[in-house]
Design a protein. Sequence first.
Length: 292
Amino acid sequence: MRTKTKMISSTLFMSLLLGYSASARLAKRGTGEIKCPVVLSGFVAADSTPTDFDSYATSPFNPDYVRGEEKFSTILQFPDVESSRFDNASTKAVEVTINDKSIFQTQNGFRRAGLQIQGDTNEDGPGTEGVRTLHFSVKQDPERTLNLTHEYLNVWHEAADFSSNQFNFQTGTIIGSSGSDKNNFQILNRQNTEVWSTPVDATAWQNFAITLDFVQNTLQVYYSKNDDPLEAVTDALSNDNSGAGQYQIGMLKKPTDTDDVVNSGFQETGISEGQIYGGIFLEDSADGCVSL
């Protein structure tokens, strides 16, 4: 479903590493304190411009994946919203949008655009070593609402061979379901079994952290709203975290009325949808360290 990302430029990687990792124990972003070393940073600088995201030299994300023909300078928006828990005056939220042209490679069934943090390589990358916690906050855009009669895959970790995901964070009408829980965010494990869910809030920031222990093969979920500290909402659950791969953050809207979701199916015309993200980073959670 995707291709291997290019390596981050050494200059940008070192600047991100020094900016976020050197002071990781004491760094403040909004009301959330980053306690643990940052491994991969998806923070968006407050002075970022759209064209910054079209270049490896200036974007915290891979400028080539995952998108259709449109560049990220067109896909990404900077909504005028309050800071998420781990953002402050030096960083800002970013909105991933999709439209009728959001077709990645030949995946004609999907409408898709997404972010891959620079430095997150498909094999032997820093994101799949030891114990890692992915942080992200989401907020809804009243002008670009989701059509929850479809299934949306928003955040996930995809194995290097593209055959499966170690976890999925999704919403909408899951294909094959009645849609009774379409208004919930759901977190699924490697076996596509729900481990936790919560209603989509139309106005609040919703903060998530997912800890993957690549040694013990477990998954644990943390959650809060707005500026509240994160709390564990599951125990460390058994999960198959093997297979390396990359973190995917954005929007993948699946079609309806098909058995081949990648290549065919129904997508309405005139799509204009978005998902707002803030506070994206991956931290080292060795010794149980999780920023709350």
